[in-house]
Design a protein. Structure first.
Ligand code: ADP
Ligand code: MG
Length: 624
């Protein structure tokens, strides 16, 4: 029973990396400690391909546009060479045609390059937007479909960082990086071919310089890759810390954690900064090194070319064109570094996204769902059977040792026991938040694992202590129980549990926005809204896990009076630490260390000599 509580992975300040500044991790060796979850080999590439596959035609079209645009851009120096060596001499000989043609051609190429660039930008932006939309949608859908045990360990901050900074990294690659790459590769190929065609010797010098350039690039890629992975993890960690602090702003205030948090945040920020600095340093080295190579090649070509012009084995126009091309050849080297940057960031980010998308729900939807049998009679309740069930959370030991339990349809069962006894765990198995490690949970004879989501929610609804409200109006929050409910039905549900009065007193009544000024409602009132929501859902089995714990005693009394009607005919599991709840129960289960140690009607247990009799006596005395 000493397994760390659920909140621990989320509560540790830096769950994503392990280095000297990180406190010891709660689950040593847990893959969730790392920002990159394990994914099958090739998952990242497969993800990218699956994103681009639906727009293969559009990707091909944009690539073609880019090819044409590059051709138009690269035609310039060739026209200059032609002008110097052919058109100008012809012009001197009073043949004006060639020079005019060259001028017109140059203008045309420039116009075409501009127009093509324009169309390309629009077309590629559309493709990128669709890819990113698709990816964000996938992350959201997938994360939402994953089971609770995933979310307990992964934390919302990391999910936010996946769908913001990591998607953004891919956006940069797609919108700028890929265009750069294609442009750079195309101009390399085109210009090398041109240089070789203009003059084999000069061309060979240029091509020979590609070897050292390539080596430099590989070196940079390897080194910067490390820096970028560290940076992307650092960003994620900063976001996680941020989200966690703001989510827990109340305890932060209450315990004056601000300066401690600030110090931790500064450490994280510094780590981010350092990773950034490392990446920049690598880039500076790469750019400097490759410029050195490039300028050496240019110097060799100019010197050798000039000597050859002097001895007449090379035309001046060709040398001019070669030098113009050379400038363009080495120009994109810096841009290639930019591309490599965005490539590295995007690769690191995509790997994380692929790892997330490779997670499978531990509580999967059935492939061939079954329906619940038709109910016999008017009453809404259904029978529940725990058949040889045993359970332990993934991160700890066994919580519930093997047990059997049958709840007949319509029975109201109170579950009592000390904190940590396993009451909520039992309830969560019944609501199928988790699947048992062994055995089955049956609802009217059907395994919960065979029920499709909607059918399961009509079967079992659980109201917990948290009573979460979504942004929107009070009425909308109640209607989550049954989205097609009319206003009248919503109000009837609210009246049944005694929430109508306080809701009517809100500034806009049922239309009050729960997140806006004046719409703020107390914890107890939130629980009443959550109650009304569950009641409206009209489930066969209703589980109340400390669902009245935020109510004051009169409030709880009022809910209890209402509960008699609400629970009538329904199968109900009521977990409460105030024993007053037990009065409405048909049956009481006492849990201790994951086991049901007492089971009987309240009267029987009170009359007996067990734990419940002791508890009840103590409670009676406290009332007196
Ligand atoms: N999500 C979880 N992951 C791991 N352990 C958990 C989780 N939730 C509860 N536990 C552990 O299971 C045990 C029973 O908890 P719980 O069912 O919540 O008890 P109760 O509701 O009776 O107070 C406790 O030891 C608790 O630490
Ligand atoms: Mg509990």
């Amino acid at each position: 029973m000493t397994a760390p509580p659920t909140a621990t992975p989320a509560a540790s300040p830096t769950p994503t990396t392990a280095d000297d500044e990180t406190p010891p991790q709660p689950f040593a060796g847990d893959p969730f400690d790392k920002d990159v979850l394990p994914a099958p080999p090739g998952a990242t590439g497969a993800l990218l391909r699956s994103l681009l596959a639906p727009m293969r035609a559009r990707v091909a079209l944009t690539t073609l546009l880019l090819l044409l645009q590059q051709a138009a851009v690269q035609a310039g120096p060739l026209l200059v060479a032609y002008a110097i060596d052919r058109a100008v001499p012809a012009f001197r000989a009073d043949d004006h045609g060639p020079l005019l043609a060259v001028g017109a051609g140059y203008l045309l190429c420039a116009l075409a390059a501009g127009a093509l660039q324009y169309v390309f930008l629009i077309a590629s932006a559309r493709v990128n937007q669709d890819v990113l939309l698709d990816l964000r949608g996938r992350i959201f859908r997938h994360a939402q479909a994953l089971s609770l045990d995933f979310h307990e360990r992964y934390t919302s901050g990391r999910l936010i960082s996946r769908s913001t900074s990591d998607v953004e990294a891919l956006r940069e690659l797609l919108s700028e990086g890929l265009q750069e790459l294609v442009a750079v590769v195309l101009s390399f190929v085109f210009i090398s071919a041109m240089l070789l065609w203009l003059d084999l010797g000069l061309g060979a010098v240029a091509v020979a310089s590609f070897g050292p350039l390539y080596l430099l690039m590989r070196l940079y890629q390897r080194r910067a890759g490390r820096a970028f992975a560290a940076r992307s993890t650092a960003i994620a960690t900063v976001i996680v810390k941020f989200v966690e602090t703001m989510n827990g702003i109340r305890p932060v205030r209450a315990f004056r954690r601000e300066s401690a948090n600030e110090a931790a945040f500064r450490v994280l920020n510094r780590r981010h900064e350092r990773a950034n600095g490392d990446a920049l340093l690598e880039m500076a080295r790469y750019v400097t090194g490759s410029r050195l190579v490039a300028n050496t090649a240019v110097a060799v070509i100019v010197l050798w070319g000039a000597l050859r012009v002097v001895d007449g084995s090379l035309e001046l126009g060709v040398l001019a064109a070669a030098v113009l091309y050379l400038r363009r050849l080495y120009d994109p080297i810096d841009r290639l570094a930019m591309f490599l940057n965005s490539y590295q960031s995007a690769a690191a980010s995509l790997e994380k996204i692929a790892g997330l998308l490779a997670q499978t729900p531990s509580v999967p939807e059935p492939s061939t769902p079954r329906e619940l049998p038709a109910r016999d009679g008017e009453l809404p309740g259904r029978a529940v059977v725990f058949d040889e069930v045993a359970f332990g959370y993934r991160t700890g030991g066994e919580i519930l040792p093997r047990f059997d339990l049958t709840l007949p349809a319509g029975q109201t069962v109170a579950v009592v026991g000390s904190t940590g006894a396993g009451k909520s765990t039992l309830a969560k198995l019944l609501a199928r938040f988790y699947d048992p490690s062994a055995g089955r949970v049956l609802l009217d004879g059907v395994d919960l694992r065979e029920l499709a989501g909607p059918e399961l929610r009509r079967g079992v609804v659980m109201v917990t202590q948290e009573a979460f409200l979504f942004s929107g109006t009070v009425a909308e929050n109640i209607a989550i129980g049954r989205p097609d409910a009319s206003r009248e039905e919503i109000e009837r549900a609210a009246k049944a549990i005694g929430a109508h009065e306080f809701i009517s007193a809100l500034p806009d009544g049922y239309d009050t926005d729960v997140r806006k000024r004046g719409g703020r409602i107390s914890a107890g009132q939130r629980q009443l809204v959550a109650f009304a929501r569950a009641l409206l859902a009209d489930p066969a089995v209703l589980i109340l896990d400390e669902a009245t714990s935020s109510l004051d005693v009169p409030g709880e009394r009022a809910v209890q009076a209402a509960m008699a009607t609400v629970l009538k005919g329904r199968t109900a599991v009521v977990i409460a630490h105030r024993l007053s709840t037990v009065e409405i129960a048909d049956r009481v289960l006492v849990m201790e260390h994951g086991r049901i140690v007492e089971d009987g009607s309240p009267a029987e247990l009170i009359a007996g000599t067990g734990r419940f009799a002791d508890l009840h006596r103590a409670w009676r005395d406290s009332l007196a």
